[in-house]
Design a protein around this ligand. Structure first.
Ligand code: HEM
Length: 413
């Protein structure tokens, strides 16, 4: 899904990254691109790629030229339309809107995500984490399925006011929405599109029922806030409400899951670092920022040019799709010393992992808090955490970066 999703129904993933090894480690390719073709047109995907930090920042900072609304791209609406000819409701959200519409929509839920409001969730997040860790008695476990997925999904489900018991269903939905097509044949594309539409339809129905229930019986949760919100004197439409819920549910889990797993991959790769984090010799929050930079959960964002723009000497015409590679910007040696090293105590660290400008991640304070609580709980509870030798599989997405499973061996204190 998403403007955070360059996965257009056309062939959307660069060939250079299509193998398992390359998508696990795209960083050599990024380096090559930053040096040789920092802004390039890829004729196979009919998209522009932007690799350097300053250019990526400019793309994200200039909404009037780089729109988040895919409807500005000729032909896009027809490509994503469902059987009734409508784009899925998630396209009616802030993620896909430009100012001033964007700011109105974001205002509906912004209060819930301010650092002060988020801090109130800390005890609940800690309790939840402890409950999941209680089930791990030591030995070999998959960090993703045991902790890194269930905690963030339960947290956002509780905030929204949806039953946490449906978490397996949320994962199936989220995995499908961030998926990239695995073949270039027309039949495979069609099958992929059908699966996307089916998922969107299921989510729409699920949320429409919950919205109905909250209308009848309001609660102190995000769904009720979304129902009761007024934007310019009007209530949101049903489609906008459903879109909101879909966006928050999906944006709030997959990304944070991958931050936790990616951070643990970085921490366990450096001898002695887990001890330094336990003693506070290296601050956990600083190391989490570095994990965000070094293995960014969102590698790429999608925009559309509204007019012809020059970027690093290249003229990009109006109406073209542009992929801003955050994962590459975050490794740019012009901005970061030892850019290809994981420097746990790196400061300052101006990574772009939560985006930049208008669409800067609404959930950043929540994601940081969750990562800090979950990772510190793991460090406190287990005296040893080691990766288990395994063939790691990259997430099947064209913009989310992480691994499907991350087996670790833990020994309780
Ligand atoms: C480590 C975890 C996370 C990462 C790396 C991340 C990354 C991002 C990025 C890069 C954007 C910018 C999208 C764009 O410019 O098109 C974004 C936007 C957004 N994120 Fe996150 N996110 C994370 C966690 C969360 C969480 C926990 C939530 C909570 C619900 C959330 C909700 C959102 C929303 C609603 C937007 C759209 C904001 C807007 O359009 O104004 N994210 N995120």
């Amino acid at each position: 899904m998403s403007a955070a999703d360059p996965s257009r129904p056309a062939v959307s993933f660069p060939d250079a990254l299509s193998s398992r090894e390359r998508w696990l480690d795209p960083f050599d390719w990024y380096r090559e691109m930053r040096a040789e073709s920092p802004v390039r047109y890829d004729a196979d995907r009919e998209l522009w790629d932007v690799f350097r930090y300053e250019d990526v920042k400019r793309v994200l900072n200039t909404d009037e030229r780089f729109s988040s609304d895919p409807a500005t791209m000729p032909g896009f609406e027809e490509e994503i339309a469902d059987s009734e000819g409508e784009p899925p409701p998630v396209f009616d959200t802030m993620l896909f809107a430009d100012p001033p519409e964007h700011n109105r929509l974001r205002g509906v839920v912004e209060g819930f995500f301010q650092p002060r409001a988020i801090a109130e969730q800390a005890d609940r997040i800690r309790e939840l984490t402890e409950e999941y860790l209680d089930d791990i008695k030591g030995g070999e476990v998959d960090l993703v399925s045991e902790v890194a997925y269930p905690v963030p999904v339960d947290v956002i489900a509780m905030m929204l006011g949806v039953p946490t018991d449906d978490r397996a269903q949320f994962k199936r939905w989220s995995d499908t929405l961030i998926e990239r097509p695995n073949a270039k044949t027309e039949a495979a594309m069609e099958e992929f599109q059908q699966r996307q539409q089916q998922t969107q339809a299921e989510m729409s129905q699920y949320f429409a029922e919950l919205i109905e229930a909250r209308r009848a019986e309001p609660q102190d949760d995000l769904i009720t806030a979304i129902i009761e919100a007024e934007v310019d004197g009007h209530r949101l439409s049903e489609r906008e409400m459903v879109g909101f819920c879909t966006l928050l549910l999906v944006a709030g889990n997959i990304t944070t899951t991958n931050l936790i797993t990616n951070a643990m991959r970085c921490f366990t790769a450096q001898p002695g670092l887990l001890d330094d984090l336990r003693t506070g010799d290296v601050k956990l929050s600083t190391a989490i920022e570095e994990a965000l930079r070094y293995r960014s959960p969102v590698q790429a964002l999608f925009r559309v040019t509204t007019e012809s723009v020059e970027l690093s000497g290249q003229e990009i015409p109006a109406g073209e799709g542009v992929v801003a590679w955050l994962g590459s910007a975050n490794r740019d040696g012009d901005v970061f010393d030892r850019a290809d090293e994981f420097v746990a105590d790196r400061r300052p660290n101006q990574h772009l992992s939560f985006g930049h400008g208008t669409h800067y991640c609404l959930g950043a304070p929540l994601a940081r808090l969750e990562a800090e609580i979950i990772l510190s709980s793991l460090l406190e509870r287990y005296e040893a955490i080691e990766p288990v030798e395994a063939d790691l599989q990259p997430i099947r997405s064209s913009f989310i970066y992480g691994v499907e499973e991350y087996p670790i061996r833990v020994i309780e204190q």
